[in-house]
Ligand binder design. Sequence first.
Ligand SMILES: Cc1cc2nc3c(=O)[nH]c(=O)nc-3n(C[C@H](O)[C@H](O)[C@H](O)COP(=O)(O)O)c2cc1C
Length: 309
Amino acid sequence: MNADLSIELGGIRFKNPLVISGGVPSWDILIKAIEQGVGGVVFGSIGLRPLSSHPPPFIIRLPYGFVNAYGVRHGLNSVEGELLRIIDLAERFDSRVICSCVEERVEDMIELARRLEGLGCSIVELNLSAPVIREILEKGLNIEVLEEITRRVSREIHVPLSVKLSPLILDPALFTRRLYESGARIIHLSNALSPALVLDYRTGRPALKTSNGLGALSGPAIKPIALAKVYLAAKDNPSIPIIGTGGVSTWKDLVEMILAGAWAVGIHSTIYLHGIKIVKELLKGLTKYLVEKGYSNVNQIRGLSYKNN
Ligand SMILES: Cc1cc2nc3c(=O)[nH]c(=O)nc-3n(C[C@H](O)[C@H](O)[C@H](O)COP(=O)(O)O)c2cc1C
């Protein structure tokens, strides 16, 4: 027996709810994930122009997750060929490509979004929560600013717009509703949690070489926070598509994100710990859970946590 894992985000069908969320350090990971059967991948975040903000290390492993400050942003021109290759592969595997933009100025976001749409992305995502770009992070906590950006970008493209938010927002239900009303068709909750500090006890200095030494926390440690944001957002907005990301590393985490109200579920840090084979394991676990519980499709369990309360 099998269960139907397909879902829809902003009118786009995904063969299953599993998505590789933004920022993986090599395009090979995305290629392998598509081959392993993932529902979608986020390409980027990329900018119009490249940016290199600080020297390595970019990521530090801790017992309960990672602290990262990914200091390199690719410019679209240098990755266009890779993007087209991934879009082509994704089409053959019935997978979707979400392209993530990170830019400081709204005019640049619009230009980038338009170009990404033109290249064939299924969904454009605005990374309005980049934890180490202070200007973007601050904007991303201000609902009026987010509404303005969302309105202006969504008017300029035809594919659905996803907005990725910080786990620092206090009222995810309000942000979700107001950004949907401003033209976002998908809300992605959430990015890594910042600020986070790793100190080197030997030198007394921060281990990351960002200007202020700070980075952002991801992985298992942030799962309860990400889960709570999804739960709060979905409970009040059950008809708005949400991608739930943060700390998912087992099929049980995946099931819990969907029970909390996520339509799709993003994974990132777990790939560094378990490799891309995790994609198959997660999908197998989800299917087994659905079949054993007597569900015929994954949408039947979405939001059961708040429906049961
Ligand atoms: C090294 C690293 C780089 C990341 N880069 C991006 C990025 O470019 N764009 C983005 O939207 N999110 C980025 N993220 C955030 C992840 O997509 C994800 O939202 C976050 O890590 C929480 O999920 P996780 O606990 O499964 O890692 C990055 C995370 C890490 C660890």
